[in-house]
Ligand binder design. Structure first.
Ligand SMILES: *Cc1c(COP(=O)(O)O)cnc(C)c1O
Length: 381
């Protein structure tokens, strides 16, 4: 029997093939229009995405990293200002703070939700003093919302802006409010593997504040208010018409595809609940969108190797916390209490394959493989 083909952790091509005819049609519509930058497709997508999230304004930009940078700049945050975020995140979150000229201050996570621990946040604000601190960037990592009620309460008491990093949480919600509606502004990425993914780079900032929206529109194109006249020193970060047209197709399926991700998570949960693995936590008030399905094991590296031998590809999000990475470790500013949970979790996490086009059989096969490994590993070691 031939070896089963390798199951990949994420499959953006499957996301394209699932809607190929509609996407091809959208691409040709743009090619034939003769208008490729900031036209009807971007305007249409911005309107539809804002309506989906439940906010007043969406501004399309070139990537999620740019979305974070421009969001910071629109709040007037720049050199010397402090911005608090987590170290257990994509390096992009921290890179964007430095791109805006500001100083990242990193706090620990809650090891159950893998998101910013509000107690650490409060301690760190007290320790730093109000003066140089300007903003907080909570990250809804893996598709699980951060504790926004607590974070907004702390931010309000200390006069800080909140920018949500929603790069992994398109459609996730707390109660009936989606992520992206809690902070003053929120940044999304449409990198191909995200829950809402383009076929190239893309991003957006959303906000209910019309004045901020106006600044963002100017900042994304050289600070233009009218053409060729800069009123702010801006940047060039535009979502292009092709990606916007593709995103308009995929946005129509986001709700169904997020539901499918939750179904896959339930199948994993059913096969893995009796094992020694730590599974993703589900809280009743939270709508998790499972950008990633992340388990924890003290024998993570052994499990990863075992799955690879059995044609199941996995990844680690993320293997090295930002404050320990070569580019950042010499100047990382660590919040009070250190980053104990962050460092512990990085040694144990493993992202199993997760994308809407997986079949039930594929998910069950992986679940059973892991359960078998788990029951035998005591004898092997
Ligand atoms: C993907 C990602 C980003 C960056 O998005 P790009 O579009 O790749 O620039 C930022 N933050 C988080 C948490 C991400 O997962």
């Amino acid at each position: 029997m031939p070896a089963p083909t390798l199951l990949v952790p994420a499959d953006p091509k499957a996301g394209y093939l699932a809607h190929k005819d509609e996407i091809d049609g959208a691409i040709h519509r743009v090619l034939d229009s003769g208008w490729y930058i900031l036209g009807q497709e971007v305007a249409g997508f911005e309107k539809e995405f804002a309506a989906y999230i439940g906010v007043g304004n969406a501004i399309g930009v070139a990537s999620g990293t740019d979305a974070l940078e421009i969001a910071l700049r629109s709040c007037g945050i720049g050199p010397g200002d402090g911005v608090i975020t987590v170290s257990h995140t994509a390096v992009a979150t921290v890179a964007a703070i430095e791109l805006a000229g500001a100083i990242p201050i990193l706090v620990d996570i809650d090891p159950c939700t893998y998101t910013m621990d509000p107690n650490r946040l409060e301690d760190t604000i007290k320790q730093q003093g109000a003066g140089r601190l300007k903003a907080i960037i909570p990250v809804h990592l893996y598709g699980h919302p951060a504790d926004m009620a607590a974070i907004m309460d702390i931010a309000g008491r200390h006069g800080l802006s909140v920018i949500e990093d929603c790069a992994q949480s398109h459609g996730a919600a707390i109660g009936d409010r989606k992520t992206g509606t809690w902070g003053h502004l929120s940044a999304f990425s449409f990198y191909p593997t995200k829950n809402l993914g383009a076929l190239g780079d893309g991003g957006a900032v959303v906000t209910n504040d019309p004045a901020l929206a106006e600044r963002l529109r100017q900042l994304r194109e050289y600070g233009f208010r009218e053409r060729y006249v800069s009123h702010l020193s801006g940047m060039n970060t535009r979502l292009d018409e092709l990606q916007a047209a593709i995103l308009r197709v995929k946005l129509q399926y986001l709700r169904t595809e997020n539901a499918r991700r939750r179904q896959i998570a339930r199948i994993y949960g059913a096969s893995l609940s009796g094992t020694t693995l730590v599974l993703p936590q589900l809280h009743s008030k939270v709508d998790h969108v499972f950008h990633l399905y992340v388990v924890r094991s003290a024998h993570r590296d052994g499990l990863k190797a075992f799955l690879k031998e059995n044609s199941v590809g996995t990844s680690i999000h993320y293997p090295v916390p930002v404050h320990l990475q070569p580019a950042y470790r010499s100047r990382a500013v660590i919040g009070r209490g250190g980053l104990e949970h962050t460092e512990q979790v990085c040694r144990e996490i493993l992202s199993l394959p997760m994308y809407p086009q997986m079949t039930d059989e594929q998910v069950q096969r992986i679940g059973h493989l892991i359960a078998r490994w788990d029951s035998q590993k005591g004898e092997a070691s």
